[in-house]
Design a protein around this ligand. Sequence first.
Ligand code: ADP
Length: 444
Amino acid sequence: MNQNWHGTLIRHLLLLLTVCLLAGLVSGYYGASLALGLGLYLAWTLKQLLRLHEWLRLYKPDEPPPDGYGLWGEVFDSIYHLQRRDQRVRGRLQAVIDRVQESTAALRDAVIMLDSDGNLEWWNRAAETLLGLKTPQDSGQPVTNLVRHPRFKEYFDVGNYHEPLEIPSPINDRVRVQLLITRYGNNEHLMLVRDVTRIHQLEQMRKDFVANVSHELRTPLTVISGYLETLLDNVEDVNPRWVRALQQMHQQGARMQTLLNDLLLLAKLEATDYPSDNLPVKVDSLLQTIQSDARALSGPRNQQISLEADASLYLKGSETELRSAFSNLIFNAVKYTPDNGQIRIRWWGDERGAYLSVQDSGIGIDPKHIPRLTERFYRVDSSRASNTGGTGLGLAIVKHVLIRHRARLEISSVPGHGSTFTCHFAPVQTVSRLSANTTSGARD
Ligand code: ADP
């Protein structure tokens, strides 16, 4: 275009000069002819400029620029080509957007786009059926006003979206939905919602089955263990050949009872999301009781079990559940620490929450096992576990109790040197009783 434009400009100027010269030749007024010619040319140029300005002012994407001659024809022509190219690009983009919208509309999972403040920007049709969002009324509304579940509000506000959240659908209690939030762009959120009712029902059936079986097995086992106990109480009436067998049956019966109790406890923990109690628990006294139970369990093994606890720091929750979780950690330390070993129990708090740590100088755990330790029946070494009488459910119970108390379990261990299990409770779970601001100090 540049060369065309230059050529046209030179032609125009030459033509103008020729016409002015001819007019000067005829009239004899060269200067006036030139001035008149230039004036006319300027007026024509201004008129074209005005046409271009009018067209730009009332711009409609489908309307081509005005026709023009010469230099202005070149300019209008170039604008027309740009306009056509822009239309083609926009057409292609629109086609991509239409396809994306069509495919997301066809998805059975809900896709919801939220701005950085959590207000609804866009959603697909499934979001209307799963969450009851209404188009277009709900546009711009905060998502927490429309999905009004306390756990969703907490999940959204905390902003830790590593794990998905499962809640009942806001429009139908019988439908279970799983929500997964991902951040993108400028802190905007993309929320995916799936119907997991079927998986939830299967999971529920599994939990009910385990709970029912455990419950049903408990009664016959109590009867068998009772008879075995009676037989062993009257051991002198028993044929000596059977004594050892009876003792082992009694021992295994007790083990099965512990296992059933643990399974029932786990089923109970899974049945609800929150502990039934939410009262301040005096962790310091609770730990003292567990410490003396741990000493009894340790017996003559000469392990040093020390406790340092902040007596002013209370924890909101269920004392029974916390007792069960803390004793599992402390009794494990006793079980997996050799004679004369050290076990250090600490309870303290800071601005990031409260901590219970159980440190032992025991056998330790290979790092490859650590991510799987809280799985049910997972054992580092099954032969060792049967020696210690463990059920393999202890850490699973700890994990569930901690989730219910908004806490997480951190495990660090060096094989051959010992392990540290730390429960980290969120600040909302802790209560400081300043009146009782004394530290119980180290007690061996
Ligand atoms: P168990 O009833 O077998 O102790 P848990 O769920 O309490 O089951 O623990 C799972 C496994 O984690 C145990 O079998 C053991 O191998 C390992 N473990 C737990 N606590 C400790 C510890 N303090 N030191 C070493 N290993 C441990």
